[in-house]
Design a protein. Structure first.
Length: 119
């Protein structure tokens, strides 16, 4: 899958001020995307993105309020990391997620200028 993209992600991050969560998510995105795609795209779920940050989240149908609060906190961390990656020029949002549709991101790794709205 994205072995070449992972190498490019490390090169992109060298000398840039990105957080640990941003780096974890970027590497996961690079590993999940296809090297041959132009541009490479990432469209995993919020749950998978949270897992990339080291967070396991319960299903939305869980009735434990503490677990649901942890779920929302994990999603908030994902959102912050995504926003940072957009600002750094590593990714570009190409599809907005909503009601059963996942967001989709192009991995630009600094090759494209500009971005759509922050996540």
């Amino acid at each position: 899958m994205g072995a070449q993209l992972v190498s490019q992600a490390y090169a992109f991050a060298a000398g840039r001020d990105i957080s640990g969560n941003e780096m974890r998510l970027l590497l996961f995105m690079a590993l999940s995307a296809m090297d041959a795609d132009n541009p490479p795209r990432y469209f995993a779920s919020r749950e998978e993105s949270a897992f990339a940050l080291g967070r396991r989240v319960v299903d939305a149908s869980c009735e434990d309020p503490v677990a649901l609060a942890d779920r929302e906190a994990a999603f908030a961390r994902v959102k912050v990391a995504l926003r940072g990656l957009v600002r750094a020029g590593a990714i570009l949002r190409v599809v907005n997620g909503r009601n059963g549709r996942r967001s989709e991101y192009a991995l630009t790794l600094g090759r494209l200028k500009g971005s759509e709205r922050d996540p």
